[in-house]
Design a protein around this ligand. Structure first.
Ligand code: NDP
Length: 487
């Protein structure tokens, strides 16, 4: 099933190609079939894209916010009309089940375009009275902003970054992960169809080297990365050369705390969503599930039963719950963590291996896996696995749970399940994380700021907060009398 795009890149409102770039093969991870062949951007393509963005940006910034917003809203409409087709393409490229892509990918991209399209006319500065003289502030765009994406939510990441950037009057350049290059091009088509002037949303394909070239390109004012902590450190170092603005959405090892009084089925549902959705490939996953001892055994029994009822299968079948992992390499990495869990003494409750599926023998399948009796020092409790592997850890009291939950260099997300709301707020306030939930997990509406603390990130996506990361504040002092000078 081919899904070959017209060309590899999208620059200045049209597809562009340079076959001198390294070959990229996009593989359907359910079957192992190559579905598209592309080329990484050469330096000439990158320069062309930056130049197109630079040329288009001043006129865009000079438009009224509501006019910019109108185009974003139209783009959202195009995505919604094509949701079925885009979801199918995302499923082929990522392996994620169509049940998920129909609601969480292009639909989430459309949410971001609607939200920031609506906000575009409401981006304002403030007036500061000085008793005669006064200061006003202007929220000005940064210029050309670049986004570098991970492979788990390709079109969503492209839109979560470009929608606020464009709403604020910037031009945008996006590099998808080379594993999932296809839907960012469809977003570019949707923007063009909705009337976005040429050059304001460009896509360049490539491996890490292209990302690195964007992070250090002198024509780019800001870089926003969704990726792992090691890549984040490299992009930050590149951006530091000319003091670029950055947003870093990085990895995590987030805790979910389940207290004895929690609603058992909701807590299990939250933990399963927070470990298995997208075949476990979600940055904010709650992969350390701390369960208070009074509930622990019942929690594990029901968790095992519910996990074993998860249906793996053809990702395009609407009844399938879980597709394969994004690639064989990622699957093998996750299998290595599962082996480490067994070797280091964790108790395998369910899963723990690959799945054979008729007709999909070359797919990157892996079973949703639960380990119990996990201790804080085990590799599976310390490192981000980025696959469907849940670690359950027992705890006795609140103080202990909070201390253990915080004992990680990551700080992306956290969740608490309890019927005691005073405790819920008290515990959430003490957890070192940027994105948290009480009696829920992994819900990320566009209205809510999203991002991490500690090594999990810098800056926020979504919500009003994103506006601050795609503008700078200019303060303007206005004198209303003569200049009082001693000279
Ligand atoms: P990587 O960090 O490997 O890659 C992320 C992106 O950066 C890719 O486009 C990659 O290109 C590019 N890249 C790689 N090396 C460099 C470099 N030196 N300079 C600039 N760019 C570079 O992450 P994955 O794609 O494997 O995604 C998984 C990771 O992303 C996990 O750690 C996960 O937690 C995190 N993530 C964070 C989210 C958040 O919002 N906080 C959301 C989703 C995922 P290429 O792929 O071509 O190598």
């Amino acid at each position: 099933m081919m899904a070959q795009p017209t060309a590899s890149h999208f620059i200045a409102g049209a597809y562009a190609e340079d076959t001198a770039g390294d070959a990229i093969e996009s593989v359907n991870p359910a079957t192992g079939e190559v579905i598209a062949r592309l080329h990484a951007a050469t330096p000439a393509i990158i320069d062309q894209a930056v130049a197109a963005a630079k040329a288009a940006q001043p006129a865009w910034a000079a438009m009224k916010g509501v006019e910019r917003g109108r185009i974003l809203l139209r783009t959202a409409q195009v995505l919604r009309e094509r949701n079925a087709e885009l979801s199918r393409l995302e499923t082929l490229d990522t392996g994620k089940a169509i049940q998920e892509t129909l609601v969480a990918d292009a639909a989430s991209a459309a949410d971001a375009l609607e939200y920031f399209g609506g906000l575009a006319g409401a981006i304002t500065g403030e007036h500061i009275d000085l008793g005669g003289d006064f200061v006003y502030t202007r929220r000005e765009p940064l210029g050309v902003c670049a986004g570098i994406g991970a492979w788990n939510y390709p079109i969503q990441i492209a839109a979560w970054k470009s929608a606020p950037a464009l709403a604020c009057g910037n031009a945008f350049l996006f590099k998808p992960s080379e594993l999932t290059p296809l839907t960012a091009l469809k977003l570019a088509e949707a923007f063009a169809e909705a009337g976005l002037p040429a050059g304001l949303f460009n896509v360049v394909q490539g491996y890490g080297a292209v990302g690195a070239a964007l992070a250090t390109h002198p024509g780019i004012a800001k870089v926003s990365l969704t990726g792992s902590v090691p890549t984040g450190a490299k992009v930050l170092a590149g951006a530091a050369q000319d003091i670029k603005a950055v947003t870093m959405e990085l990895g995590g090892k987030s805790p979910i705390l389940v207290f004895d009084d929690a609603d058992l089925e909701s807590a299990i549902g939250g933990a399963m969503l927070g470990n298995f959705y997208s075949t476990g490939q979600i940055c904010s996953n709650g992969t350390r599930v701390f369960v208070q001892r009074g509930l622990h055994d019942r929690f594990l029994d029901r968790l095992k039963a519910r996990t074993e009822a998860i249906r793996l299968g053809d990702p395009l079948d609407p009844d399938t719950h879980l597709g394969p992992m994004v690639s064989m390499a990622q699957r093998d990495k996750v299998l290595g963590y599962i082996e480490a869990g067994k070797r280091e003494g964790a108790r395998l409750v369910t899963g723990g291996g690959v799945t054979e599926l008729q007709g999909f023998e070359n797919g990157a399948w892996i079973q949703p896996t639960v380990f119990a009796d996990v201790t804080d020092d085990m590799t599976i409790a310390r490192e981000e696995i980025f696959g469907p592997v849940m670690s359950v850890l027992a705890f006795d009291d609140e103080e202990e749970a909070v201390a253990r939950a915080n004992a990680t260099p990551f700080g992306l997300a956290a969740g608490v399940f309890t019927a005691d709301l005073a405790r819920a707020h008290r515990v959430i306030a003490r957890l070192e994380a940027g994105t948290t939930w009480i009696n829920a997990y992994n819900l990320t509406p566009v209205e809510a700021p999203f991002g991490g603390v500690k090594q999990s990130g810098i800056g926020r996506e979504n919500g009003h907060a994103a506006i601050e990361h795609y503008t700078h504040l200019k303060s303007v002092y206005v004198a209303t009398g003569p200049v009082d000078s001693p000279y």
